[in-house]
Design a protein around this ligand. Structure first.
Ligand code: SF4
Length: 196
C-alpha cells in the first residue's frame, strides 16, 4: 500500500509544472530508499548528477552522506529514505526560492505522511528553514532535537557544507551519533554501530 501511495504522488510529480523549476529539469528527483524506512533524510534540492539520473543524493554530497550512513550502519535499502525540499534542480545549483519551496513542499509532506518515519534528519539551512521558518539558523540549531508535528527532527549540516568546510565534519558526526542513540531508543535497541 505504501509503495502504491508513493507511486501515485510520483505520477503527479513527473508532470508537475507548479513552479518554474520544471523548465530546466532533465529528471524529476522524487526520492529514494526504503518506502518503509524509519529514518527520512531531507536535503535541499537535486544537483547536477541527481538531475541527470533522477536519483537523490548521488553526486559528491551524496557519496559523503553514504559514508556517514555507513559509519552509522544505516543504508537506504533498509533504514533510510531520502528526498529534497524541491524535486527539480535549480539552475546553477542556486538555493530554491521561497515560492519554489512552497510549491513543492506539499509533495514531501505527503511522502512523509505515507512513510511515517520514526526520525527525520534535516540537512542544511534550506531544509531547516522550510520546516521551522526563516529565522532558523543551522549553525545554532544543529545537533538539537526538535519536533515537527509528531516527528522527532535532527537538523545537521548538509554534506555539501562538509565538503566546503571539512572542520564541520566533527559536529556533523556528533549529530549523527545522537540519531543512532534515538534510533536505538525508538526503533531497534540492538542496532549495532562500531563507533558508539
Ligand atoms: S520543483 Fe516541485 S513544484 Fe516545482 S516543478 Fe518541480 S516538482 Fe513541481
Amino acid at each position: 500500500m505504501t509503495e502504491q501511495d508513493l507511486n501515485q504522488i510520483m505520477d503527479e510529480v513527473l508532470i508537475c509544472k507548479k513552479c518554474g523549476l520544471y523548465k530546466e529539469r532533465h529528471r524529476v528527483v522524487f526520492g529514494s530508499g526504503n518506502p518503509q524506512a524509519p529514518i527520512f533524510i531531507v536535503g535541499e534540492a537535486p544537483g547536477f548528477e541527481e538531475d541527470k539520473t533522477g536519483v537523490a543524493f548521488v553526486g559528491k554530497s551524496g557519496q559523503l552522506l553514504e559514508k556517514i550512513l555507513l559509519a552509522c550502519n544505516f543504508s537506504r535499502e533498509k533504514e533510510v529514505y531520502m528526498g529534497n525540499i524541491v524535486k527539480c534542480r535549480p539552475p546553477q545549483n542556486r538555493n530554491p526560492v521561497i515560492q519554489e519551496q512552497a510549491a513543492c513542499l506539499p509533495y514531501l509532506e505527503r511522502q512523509i505522511e505515507i512513510i511515517q518515519p520514526k526520525i527525520i534528519i534535516l540537512l542544511g539551512s534550506t531544509a531547516l528553514k522550510a520546516f521551522f521558518g526563516p529565522s532558523s539558523r543551522i549553525t545554532k540549531e544543529r545537533g538539537t532535537w526538535r519536533s515537527w508535528f509528531r516527528y522527532p527532527v535532527m537538523p545537521t549540516y548538509h554534506p555539501s557544507a562538509l565538503l566546503r568546510n571539512p572542520h564541520l565534519k566533527r559536529d556533523a558526526w556528533e549529530d549523527f551519533k545522537k540519531v543512532i542513540l534515538k534510533y536505538r531508543e525508538l526503533v531497534d535497541k540492538q542496532h549495532y554501530c562500531k563507533y558508539i
